[in-house]
Design a protein around this ligand. Structure first.
Ligand code: HEM
Length: 139
């Protein structure tokens, strides 16, 4: 199994475990509903999406009988996706608990959001470049 496949699958199950705890906190007390953004994004961009990245990188090139277009892009995507997600949830949550420079956090949140989107685009590129066959040139 490639390292980026394993890393995505490990990160995915870790996010599932952590995010379940945030879900339980919200169940226990409505005061914690401020964590809804954290819970839903760790579940969907963490657990669900990273499991799909990991399994997708492993099986989709094999289904197509090809090698992945870029292993380096897949490795970079892993870091972008994780830094982007953790940065997004932290910069979104801090103002809910502490009086902080909201403007700075919004800019930071947007920057982390751009990292997350860049990671999504890298996956789109890598998958399409791997799976979509190049047209044959006439001899
Ligand atoms: C231990 C398991 C889980 C618990 C205890 C839990 C609990 C909760 C709670 C209490 C809320 C807030 C509901 C409200 O607005 O009053 C919530 C929202 C949400 N949960 Fe979970 N959840 C769990 C698993 C999951 C999973 C597996 C996913 C997706 C893969 C998920 C996705 C979401 C989303 C998207 C929201 C936001 C819904 C909205 O804004 O209306 N949750 N969850």
């Amino acid at each position: 199994m490639d390292s980026y496949v394993k890393n995505f699958i490990i990160a995915s199950v870790v996010y599932l475990g952590i995010s379940s705890l945030f879900g339980i906190m919200m169940m226990a007390s409505p005061a914690h509903l401020t964590l809804k953004f954290v819970h839903s994004h760790l579940m969907l961009l963490g657990w669900v999406t990273m499991m799909i990245y990991g399994v997708g990188y492993h099986v989709l090139p094999r289904f197509a009988g090809r090698l992945i277009k870029s292993r380096k892009a897949a490795e970079a995507q892993f870091w972008l996706a994780n830094i982007g997600l953790i940065g997004m949830v932290i910069s979104y949550t801090i103002p809910a608990y502490y009086s902080a420079q909201e403007c700075v956090l919004r800019i930071a949140g947007a920057a982390f959001g751009i990292m997350e989107a860049a990671s999504i685009m890298l996956f789109v590129y890598n998958m399409l470049a791997t799976l979509v066959p190049k047209p044959e040139h006439p001899a």
